[in-house]
Design a protein around this ligand. Structure first.
Ligand code: NDP
Ligand code: BG6
Length: 521
């Protein structure tokens, strides 16, 4: 099937002005796994200006050439088959490394001199995109050093802009997020700050608004009159990998819910913005977060389940339990799974439960949003001898096998009336071919262009924390209560099933993941 008959409204994007990307924490995992491969792919697609450069900054001692070699190896590992092509020397010549300590003023003064010399040698303005890819403990000190050495206001000494991209996690709770916001806004104006959440860079996440507001079909039904409930599942098969020390201090609520799941929830729940302008879209998202029904202490036990994976099997391979992972405390009480029910208290969603769940080491990797419509009245086809019938479900498959499915009832051909649910399926790969672009490509390009629509605004991050912080405090107070476990490779703890089943509903992933048999799917 070809998607070409559609009316195409292509908003053409300019190429960014010449700029230098400074990656703090350039010796780390994120830089190697995601950032540098994304920059390389943008370069290969001709989406970067001729005079761009990357300066890696970290404490590890390295020459420019050693850094280039590290990058080449990272590309080999993380963009298999695509790295070290004929254009590698051109790309490598734009890579530089600067050793420094994150709180050392002299190191930043030297960085400034280096950036100015680089810009001058390329006859380019001093545009700089600073990317904080370090552990969060040094986010604020780095922002302060950038400010103190005058790099956050390049216009005062040479033409150009300075922007700050900041990784997650953005704080540990509302108070620390507010404090971090205050620190970084001391160095950069809000419109120069790009708080990254890579879920917003995913094509399928961007398509949520297009599906809702570019079609007449769905929006009239997208409310409490027709929607019975909404499910958001973000399931991973991976464990904590090499990130045990970080994850053990975070847990699923901080690592996934506060950011990725809250963005999915607000995109599904928001009202139509009256323009695609970044502030208009984000203001509507904030309203959803502010309308979430608070979960007081007494409600946490019945509306939220936390759990931790035990040993099990994933893809036919035995895997250890969470407490046996490297870098994790053997008596850890950090959750690797969370499921909860929430409500958006407004006119559109009054009384509609939103069930969200996320976990590591689950049976399949699947991120999916299910809009479960109300059943038709129990007469005619939804009554004996035909019914009961499965209600309509619209499933947005965020990943993998990206697409959208709609389940509706059809009459099976033949004598008599036999009604069956049928799934109409749209798949991105079949419609458009190929893999969707990596989220980090889109986000890096947007930051270089100064478009902050797909980044989290300060009030958005604080509204998400305002909802979650009391829950985190309740969980922390209950830390000696038994934390349920689930077998690695399963669909999570039975307590999460019991929570939704108490409401007469079931967890569903609409598209059956390949290896899965049974109820899910
Ligand atoms: P790393 O632990 O690999 O740290 C990155 C670099 O920061 C290191 O190479 C190191 O460089 C420096 N560093 C490490 N520890 C410290 C410290 N205590 N004080 C100062 N510098 C330190 O982190 P990641 O690359 O995994 O993550 C970077 C950021 O990105 C984090 O905020 C993380 O939460 C976020 N993130 C990471 C993801 C991933 O998949 N890795 C996914 C999503 C977000 P040097 O010692 O040379 O200075
Ligand atoms: C990151 C989390 O933000 O998102 C990880 O820190 C998680 O723990 C990852 O594995 C999931 O991202 P994706 O794109 O694989 O769904």
């Amino acid at each position: 099937m070809v998607a070409g008959n559609a009316q195409e409204a292509v908003v053409r994007r300019d190429s960014p002005e010449p700029f230098t990307l400074v990656i703090f924490g350039a010796s780390g995992d994120l830089a190697a796994r995601k950032l540098l491969p994304a920059v390389y792919r943008l370069f290969r697609q001709g989406l970067l200006p001729e005079q761009f450069a990357v300066v890696g900054f970290a404490r590890t001692a390295m020459t420019d050439d050693a850094f280039r070699e590290e990058v080449r190896q990272a590309l080999d590992r993380f963009t298999p088959g695509k790295a070290a092509a004929a254009d590698w020397p051109q790309f490598a010549s734009r890579l530089f490394y600067h050793r420094g300590d994150y709180s050392d003023a002299a190191g930043f003064a030297a960085l400034r001199a280096r950036l100015e010399a680089l810009a001058a040698s390329r006859h380019a303005p001093c545009n700089t995109l600073f990317y904080l890819a370090t552990p969060p403990t040094v986010f604020a000190p780095i922002a302060e050093q950038i400010r103190a050495c005058g790099l956050s206001a390049p216009g005062e000494r040479c033409d150009g802009w300075a922007r700050l991209v900041i990784e997650k996690p953005f704080g540990r709770d509302l108070a620390s997020a507010r404090a971090l916001n205050a620190h970084i806004r001391n160095a950069f104006a809000e419109d120069r700050i790009f708080r990254i959440d890579h879920y917003l860079g995913k094509e399928t996440v961007q398509n949520i608004l297009v599906l809702r507001f570019a079609n007449a079909l769905f929006e009239p039904l997208w409310n409490h009159k027709y929607v019975d409930h909404v499910q958001i599942t973000v399931a991973e098969t991976v464990g904590v990998e090499q990130r045990g020390p970080y994850y053990d201090q975070a847990g699923a609520l901080r690592d996934m819910v506060q950011n990725h799941l809250m963005h999915l929830l607000s995109l599904v729940g928001m009202e139509a913005p009256n323009s695609v302008d970044s502030d208009t879209v984000r203001s509507e998202k904030v309203k959803v977060l502010k309308a979430l029904r608070p979960m007081p202490r007494a409600c946490v036990a019945s509306n939220l389940v936390r759990a931790q994976y035990g040993a099990g099997e994933v893809a036919g391979q035995p895997v250890p339990g969470y407490r046996a992972e490297p870098g994790v405390a053997p008596d850890s009480i950090t959750e690797t799974y969370v499921a909860f029910k929430t409500f958006i208290e407004n006119w559109r969603w009054a009384g509609v439960p939103f069930y969200l769940r996320t976990g590591k080491r689950l049976a399949a990797r699947v991120t999916e949003i299910g809009i479960h419509f109300k059943p038709v009245p129990q007469v005619l086809f939804n009554a004996a001898p035909f019914g009961p019938m499965a209600p309509n479900v619209l499933a947005l498959r965020i990943q993998p096998n990206e697409g959208i499915s709609l389940q509706f009832q059809v009459k099976r051909p033949g004598a008599g009336v036999r009604i069956e649910p049928f799934r109409m399926d749209f798949g991105y790969a079949a419609a458009f071919g190929g893999e969707p672009p990596e989220a980090y490509e889109r986000l890096l390009l947007d930051a270089a262009l100064g478009d902050s629509t797909l980044f989290t605004r300060s009030d958005e991050v604080e509204a998400a924390w305002a909802f979650l912080t009391p829950i985190l405090y309740t969980c922390a107070e209950d830390q000696f209560a038994a934390l349920p476990t689930y077998r690695a490779g399963s669909w999570g703890p039975k307590e999460a099933d019991a929570m939704i089943e108490a409401d007469g509903r079931q967890w569903t992933v609409f598209k059956r993941p390949a290896a899965r048999k049974g109820r899910e799917g």
